[in-house]
Design a protein around this ligand. Structure first.
Ligand code: SF4
Ligand code: SF4
Length: 104
């Protein structure tokens, strides 16, 4: 007779709960920006920077130039590759600052 292993009960935390556990050392100034604000305001209607960001860093505004909550950044680089106008300024935060991952 075969023995069936117990199936563990898994509960998935919400994305907000998971992000809340991320440790971030604020360097005091943003490592993210847009190169030319007018490109966002006048040329871009897709806001891909906001769409791809898993941490809700880029936020759409009425004037079309996104607000950037850099303190939430996971440093995944998705926004700089998603922008169809290559209009994202992306740098690593200064050494010792920024996000800390548990296993990395
Ligand atoms: S995708 Fe690029 S051009 Fe469009 S709003 Fe974001 S940074 Fe600006
Ligand atoms: S690097 Fe990743 S987490 Fe940071 S702002 Fe860009 S898309 Fe969002």
């Amino acid at each position: 007779m075969s023995v069936q292993p117990d199936i563990p009960t898994v509960t998935n935390d919400s994305m907000e709960d998971r992000l809340y556990t991320v440790k971030y050392d604020d360097p005091g100034e943003s490592h993210l920006d847009v190169k030319v604000s007018d490109v966002c305001a006048s040329s871009c209607d897709t806001n891909d920077c906001a769409s791809v960001c898993p941490a809700n860093v880029w936020r759409e505004t009425e004037d079309g130039v996104p607000q950037i909550a850099y303190e939430n950044c996971l440093e995944c680089s998705s926004c700089r590759f998603a922008c169809p106008y290559d209009n994202v300024v992306w740098e690593y935060p200064e050494t010792g600052a920024g996000v800390t991952f548990k296993h990395g």
